[in-house]
Design a protein around this ligand. Structure first.
Ligand code: HSE
Length: 436
């Protein structure tokens, strides 16, 4: 067996702790796969530890000591956030170290700079664990589908959000109750509004879109909407119409450019994606040659995320054994400059819509609503009118495809009608037919 590869783990929360446990618990098999033992020689943590650290590991609180340590070849950045993560990763790369990170915010928002530093210094920044936890989606997109022109991808890419929507729809539990459980299980972000408001999913979508279309990472251009505007009854009405509501990230290449958007979405129950429940993530990728392929698995949690972190370490160990410090596969799929494709603003994107309009149950209300929709060239595909609740009644509609700007104008006008007595619920329908 060859000399070991020495690793420092910076951050010992869910991801760092899980990675240490996995490296320790499956050391023999990992060594056989890597062709050499993988040895954790340093841990930097500022938190009280629930994990026993063996005495051969240097334990400290300063991640920069690991960056300066000549005995360390691979830094695992599992601290999250930007400060000090950006400085740790950039200094490690500038010093020629290999880096593995689970930090999707860092990759999505500062990745363009960090990959440039890695390239300049002939080293690796690996990030499989940053998207979809245990699912090897980066490897599949970047390597398995490398021959394809990717047309679109759509994914349930936030485990906490999917867990909340599933438990609300199936278990009838409250939002707060399910979120507290997701936090206990280590699924939720340190700031759970990242999960609920779609920021975490937007980070992951930004990364996948960049790989899929060969464009720079553009988090600021990714349209982001969370799940907190959904009412529990929307989940039930969607079900009646033959759909489920999932928090979906969609990236699509069209004649106008690239769409990148994260929002609650109606998915036909005939689509397998609608069945993905609990903390599971799933991504469907449509390549022009491979067709649709789907990848499903646990999207959060210590063991699933550690599986992806350690896979990156094994790749690096193999690469180092073969004498290369720089990866054969470029970080974001392409060699040379990224493509400069325009990002289509959400206002210009056309969708079918689900609308829930709470109205007073009185004569002519339906006609007044359809008149407003007609004035904005919005045609109705299906309608259900529910029973009266204390004088108000929800009218639930599915529309044919219309530009977002027209739908916004119609909703603003509907809201002004005297018949309408509460906020109008609006959810976009997935732009892919169930069979695709
Ligand atoms: N908070 C994230 C999620 C963790 O729930 O998906 C994994 O990235």
């Amino acid at each position: 067996m060859q000399a070991p590869v020495n690793v420092a783990i910076c951050g010992l929360g869910t991801v760092g702790g899980g990675s240490l446990r996995l490296l320790r618990g499956n050391a023999d098999e990992i060594a056989r796969r890597a062709g050499c033992p993988i040895q954790v020689v340093r841990v930097a943590t500022r938190r009280p530890r629930a994990i026993k650290i063996d005495s051969a590991i240097s334990l400290g609180s300063d991640p920069f000591e690991a960056v300066q340590d000549d005995n360390v070849q691979v830094i695992v950045e599992a601290m999250g956030g930007f400060d000090p993560a950006f400085a740790v990763v950039s200094q490690a790369l500038a010093g020629g170290k290999q880096v593995v990170t689970a930090n999707k915010a860092l990759i999505a928002e500062r990745g363009n700079e960090l990959f440039a530093i890695a390239e300049e210094n002939g080293t690796t920044l690996a990030y499989e664990s940053s998207v979809a936890g245990g699912i090897p989606i980066i490897k599949n997109l970047r390597e398995g589908l490398a021959a394809n022109r990717i047309e679109w991808l759509a994914g349930i890419i936030n485990g906490t959000g999917n867990f909340i929507l599933t438990e609300m729809a199936v278990g009838g539990r409250t939002f707060e109750d399910v979120l507290a459980e997701a936090q206990d299980l280590g699924y939720a972000e340190a700031d759970p509004s990242f999960d609920v408001d779609g920021i975490d999913a937007a980070h992951k979508l930004t990364i996948m879109a960049s790989i899929a279309f060969g464009i720079p990472l553009q988090f600021a251009s990714t349209y982001t909407e969370g799940i907190s505007t959904l009412a529990p009854e929307d989940l039930a009405y969607a079900e009646e119409l033959g759909y489920r509501i999932k928090h979906l990230g969609i990236a699509r290449r069209t004649d106008k450019g690239v769409e990148m958007r994260v929002h609650p979405t109606l998915i036909s129950k005939r689509w397998l994606l609608s069945e993905v429940s609990g903390v599971d993530n799933a991504v469907v990728v449509k390549g022009h040659a491979a067709g649709s392929t789907m990848y499903q698995g646990p999207g959060a949690g210590a063991d699933a995320t550690a599986s992806a972190v350690v896979a990156d370490i094994i790749d690096i160990a193999r690469q180092l054994r073969a004498g290369g410090r720089q990866p054969l596969v470029p970080s974001l799929h392409y060699h040379g400059a990224a493509l400069d494709l325009p990002v289509v603003p959400i206002d210009s994107i056309a969708s079918e819509y689900y609308l829930r309009i709470p109205v007073l149950d009185r004569m002519g209300v339906m006609a007044r609503i359809t008149r407003v929709l007609e004035q904005h060239a919005i045609s109705i595909e299906a309608v259900i009118q529910k029973e009266v609740h204390g004088g108000s009644v929800p009218i639930v509609l599915l529309t044919h495809a219309v530009a977002e700007s027209s739908m916004n104008a119609a909703i603003a006008e509907l809201a002004k009608l005297a018949d309408v007595v509460g906020p109008i619920g609006r959810v976009r329908v997935a732009p892919f037919p169930a069979g695709e």
